[in-house]
Ligand binder design. Structure first.
Ligand code: ITT
Length: 181
């Protein structure tokens, strides 16, 4: 069993579906830990993961995800959580409708040391909120080669293309190569 430290049920459900398809068991661990502020998601994620050594049973991992909007010079990037709470999707549309953007997920996995796995999804900011699956920025993010927002896709459809699924599939290849369960 692998521990996934997160408070975010949407993240857990997306990742758990992919893990189940690969017959890998994960357990959701809700824990408070302090996140440093920095410009690099990889750096923040590495620092958070280190703080959990001897706190959470290994192997464990965390998911840090940022949204990078081209017209806003990469903002909010790693501040995605704070900006979602303060500005929200309506204000992001006012600021950046039509802009290219991408999501980046960094998975930091601890097993004797930290390993990182990354996934990116390119797309653009829509002109209005669309979709029923209201997870964070999903209602305003239209992936490349799609007319629908991520919130209009089912969990399975999102998992076929998403930043998170790419990062997790990289982790899964590593788990299989190293026979980690
Ligand atoms: P943790 O407990 O795992 O840290 P969190 O919600 O604080 O959960 P992050 O800081 O990584 O997670 O995420 C930043 C925010 O970006 C998150 O609160 C969502 O609003 C948004 N977000 C993350 N992944 C997303 C996705 O796949 N689609 C849409 N929005 C997403």
């Amino acid at each position: 069993m692998i521990n996934f430290v997160t408070h975010n049920l949407n993240k857990f459900n997306e990742i758990n579906a992919i893990m189940e398809n690969n017959k890998i068991g994960i357990s959701m661990v809700k824990l408070e830990y302090e996140e440093i502020q920095a410009d690099s998601t990889e750096y923040i994620s590495n620092d958070s993961c280190k703080k959990l050594v001897n706190v959470v049973d290994s192997p464990y991992f965390i998911d840090d995800t940022g949204l990078y909007i081209e017209d806003l010079n990469g903002f909010p990037g790693p501040y995605a959580s704070y900006v979602q709470e303060t500005l929200g999707n309506k204000n992001i549309i006012k600021l950046a409708s039509g802009s290219k953007a991408y999501f980046k997920t960094v998975i930091s996995f601890y097993y004797n040391r930290i390993y990182q796995f990354t996934g990116i999804l390119h797309g653009k900011i829509s002109d209005r909120e669309r979709g029923e699956n209201k997870f964070g920025y999903d209602p305003i993010f239209v992936p490349e080669n799609s007319d629908q927002t991520l919130a209009e896709l089912s969990l399975e459809e999102k998992n076929r293309i998403s930043h998170r699924s790419k990062a997790i599939n990289n982790l899964i290849s590593f788990l299989i190569e190293n026979n980690i369960k």
